[in-house]
Design a protein around this ligand. Structure first.
Ligand code: PLP
Length: 371
């Protein structure tokens, strides 16, 4: 089935006794055993599995062409479950502009447990040269946050396979509609489902999808079920509901993202625009090869200094000045002040998440804020 169809039907795993067309919310934390001690409904205890989480995991696994998926209570816990599943002393090759929450996890929680290098992964020779005997994971984020750098998934997969290293891809900015890293050779895909999958800025969540149910996946499932950072059945229900419209929401995000990028590109107050869909983007060809469309995320540099960027962000009326992305409402933020004093993000950079409002209203708002 095509993604539009899967997104709607993959969550209907069981026929409900009351004939519901959509899967009801199952809030029970525990499930009946039969006389032999087995669990006739397929679930034992809600932390281990429950009907709503199974429906969600099945849907996302199918959308990403994986064998299985594991849902978590946030994107951060999804990524952390993979780091926790590595043996102490393992080395990770991570991107230099890795999502700052993950960078912070490695630098604080895992500082004495794992080794890591943060490198420019658009430089494939550097990726190859960074492999050490104890390298166990190449973690890629593409498109990246906040510079929208695009990394060649297929090329990284080749490098990782040859060296027998697990290759995981944070594909949050693309969503399963625009990019499927497993089809390009990734072992594991990660999404912050707080973003496009949820799509309405009202559910926190994260997910890992695996190409194969291998030994590492067993460890990850153990971290999920015994570690217990799982989403509630209600969150799983909401997310499953959101995913039904994902393919159509992505069309709107991509269309608005592209038009905003083109508008900003031609604006006298704008120095540069980072959007993978612009032919001026340094990795536009790679983006064209591995993405179906270019998404709703973009960043731009304004003329002047950090103060000027903050002024623009404070002047918008329709865009919400807030962090995060992927919701129906457009968001804008001065990224350097979110990331704190050690960030390498340029002070003049403004990040935009294009929502689903009418493009004319969005452009008019940016026009008055920049003017
Ligand atoms: C938001 C985000 C995360 C973290 O997800 P949370 O749901 O906020 O914990 C990870 N990676 C990327 C690219 C993100 O945008």
């Amino acid at each position: 089935m095509k993604p539009e169809t899967l997104a709607i039907h993959a969550s209907n795993l069981v026929k409900s006794a009351t004939g519901d067309v959509t899967l009801p919310i199952s809030l029970s934390t525990t499930f009946f055993r039969d006389e032999d001690g087995a669990y006739p409904g397929g679930h034992m205890y809600s932390r281990v599995s429950n009907p709503n989480r199974s429906a969600l995991e099945n849907t996302i696994a199918q959308l990403e062409f994986g064998e299985d998926a594991a849902a978590f209570s946030s994107g951060n816990t999804a990524g952390m479950a993979l780091f926790q599943s590595l043996k102490p002393g393992s080395h990770i090759i991570a991107p230099d502009d890795m999502y700052w929450g993950f960078k912070k996890q490695l630098l604080s929680i895992f500082a004495d447990i794992l080794e890591f290098d943060f490198i420019d992964q658009t430089d494939l020779k550097l990726v190859q040269a960074s492999i050490k005997p104890n390298t166990k994971l190449i973690w890629v984020e593409t498109p990246s946050n906040p510079l929208l750098k695009v990394t060649d998934i297929e090329a990284i997969a080749k490098i990782a396979k040859a060296a027998q290293i697990t290759f995981a891809c944070d594909s949050t900015f693309a969503s399963p509609i625009l990019q499927n890293p497993i089809l390009l050779g990734a072992d594991i895909v990660m999404h912050s489902s707080t973003k496009y999958l949820g799509g309405h800025s009202d559910i926190l969540g994260g997910v890992l999808i695996t190409a194969k149910k291998d030994a590492l996946w067993e460890v990850i499932k153990n971290v999920q079920q015994i570690g217990g950072a799982v989403p509630s059945p209600f969150d799983c229900f909401l997310l499953t509901r959101s995913i039904k419209t994902l393919a159509y929401r992505m069309k709107g995000h991509c269309e608005n993202g592209k038009k905003l990028a083109e508008f900003l590109k031609n604006h006298a107050q704008v120095v540069d625009v980072y959007y993978p869909g612009l032919s001026s983007h340094p990795q536009h060809d790679i983006a064209k090869k591995q993405m179906k469309d270019f998404g709703g995320m973009l960043s731009f540099l304004v003329k002047g200094d950090g103060k000027m960027a903050k002024k623009v962000v404070n002047k918008v009326k329709l865009f919400a000045q807030a962090t995060s992305l992927g919701g129906v409402e457009s968001l804008i933020e001065h990224r350097a002040s979110v990331e704190g004093p050690d960030t390498k993000t340029p002070k003049t950079l403004i990040r935009v998440s294009a929502g689903l409002e009418h493009i004319d209203d969005l452009i008019a708002d940016l026009e008055q804020a920049l003017g």
